[in-house]
Design a protein around this ligand. Structure first.
Ligand code: TXA
Ligand code: MG
Length: 348
């Protein structure tokens, strides 16, 4: 900022306001055709070991060069994530895919034909080239080819697959807008590519193909039924396993949570309004209630696209509690219900 000093000359002075001393550069990009110069610079930063947050069709990712063990370690530091929780590696094209896993089972080929590029993550045996820090020292690697033009352009500019968890602090809500990323990671990453909202709004479906039978480790935008139409029966990880046998940290009960105490009720009739300043999240008509009411779309995809953004907003709204009205217990709502269960889990 400029300051008029006593002798009438202008000089530049640095004024630091709280929150303005960020080191994270925010670069706006067109989500359909991002500026190649901006993307090239971001790709170079990844090559040099930096961290870049970028939009995908599910949620924003926090990316590093997947072959650079130091860069990948810094993802864990930025997120405050336990290093045994493995990351998803994002790639474009068959050549890059082959560098990540030495095997390519027929089931993977069928699924890739049907759903890649898109919100499906496959767990396969890892190639020795993939550093152990990416896979939490495990023998498998989770890979996905994203469809979002910014994610694809960034991977191609970096000329390497990008390891990227969701761009939030560990255990907090995933980001579906650039502002959500800054909320948790401002000053902790080099660059945030702001490409607007993420379409799906919840994280990819994670399918383990490394065992005897295909198994969903995390439900997501592609439902079990959709996968089964392509490859036949798919198992689903039921219940919540203890940490000792955690196949996927997305299965930890406390995950994806707002900071505000958040609970779920079966129906609006169960609401108790004597407990302070409440926000209610529902998906259908609701009578006159003494609370801030957020009505989300009544279809699972529409609801998923908005839920994290609404929870981020409500979390900033100084409510005593957020109350979520439970969506129907049907297969189409499985992924949304999974995220809501985690968001409303209390450790006690
Ligand atoms: O949509 C998404 O998947 C987003 C975008 C950025 O691609 N990413 C994302 O990453 O949600 P993250 O790290 O928040 O979640 C990755 C999930 C976790 O549940 C993790 O346990 C599981 O994938 N995962 C990663 N590698 C695995 C492996 N080798 N075996 C089993 N699960 C794995
Ligand atoms: Mg995550």
């Amino acid at each position: 900022m400029y300051d008029n000093i006593s002798n009438g000359e202008w000089r530049v002075v640095t004024v630091m306001f709280a929150g303005e001393n960020r080191k994270t550069a925010v670069w706006k990009v067109n989500p359909v055709s991002p500026d190649p110069t901006v993307i090239a610079r971001a790709g170079q930063i990844l090559q040099e070991g930096g961290l870049i947050a970028f939009p995908t069709e599910t949620v924003y990712g926090l990316g590093a060069n997947s072959f650079d063990a130091n860069a990948v370690s810094s993802i864990y530091t930025a997120k405050g994530r336990p290093s045994r929780n493995p990351l998803i590696v994002h790639f474009v094209g068959e050549e890059m895919r082959k560098r990540l896993s030495p095997v390519w089972p027929p089931l993977a080929e069928k699924l890739a034909k049907a759903f890649w590029p898109g919100p499906l993550t496959l767990v396969l045996p890892k190639s020795p080239d993939v550093p152990d820090v990416v896979t939490g020292n495990g023998p498998t690697v989770a890979i996905r080819e994203p469809v979002h033009p910014v994610a694809r352009a960034l991977i191609l500019a970096a000329t390497c697959p990008i390891a990227a968890p969701s761009a939030n602090r560990s255990n907090e809500l995933s980001p579906t807008l650039a502002g959500h990323v800054l909320r948790g990671l401002d000053g902790r990453i080099d660059v945030l590519l702001d490409g607007g909202p993420c379409a799906a709004g919840i994280e990819s479906t994670v399918l383990d193909l490394s065992g005897e039978r295909p198994r969903i480790l995390r439900p997501g935008p592609l439902s079990r039924e959709m996968l089964e139409t392509i490859i036949g029966p798919v198992e689903i990880s039921g219940g919540h396993l203890g940490e000792a046998h955690l196949p996927s940290p997305g299965m930890l009960l406390k995950h994806y949570s707002p900071r505000t105490p958040t609970v779920m009720v079966r129906s609006p009739e169960e609401l108790g309004f004597d407990e302070g300043h409440l926000a209610v999240v529902t998906f259908g008509p609701i009578g006159n209630v003494p609370a801030t009411v957020v009505v989300l779309p009544g279809d699972p995809a529409g609801y998923a696209a908005e839920i994290y953004a609404r929870l981020h907003e409500l979390d900033d709204g100084r409510f005593d509690r957020i109350v979520i009205v439970e969506p129907p217990d049907t297969p189409a709502w499985a992924a949304v219900r999974d995220r809501l269960k985690r968001a409303t889990h209390r450790a006690d």
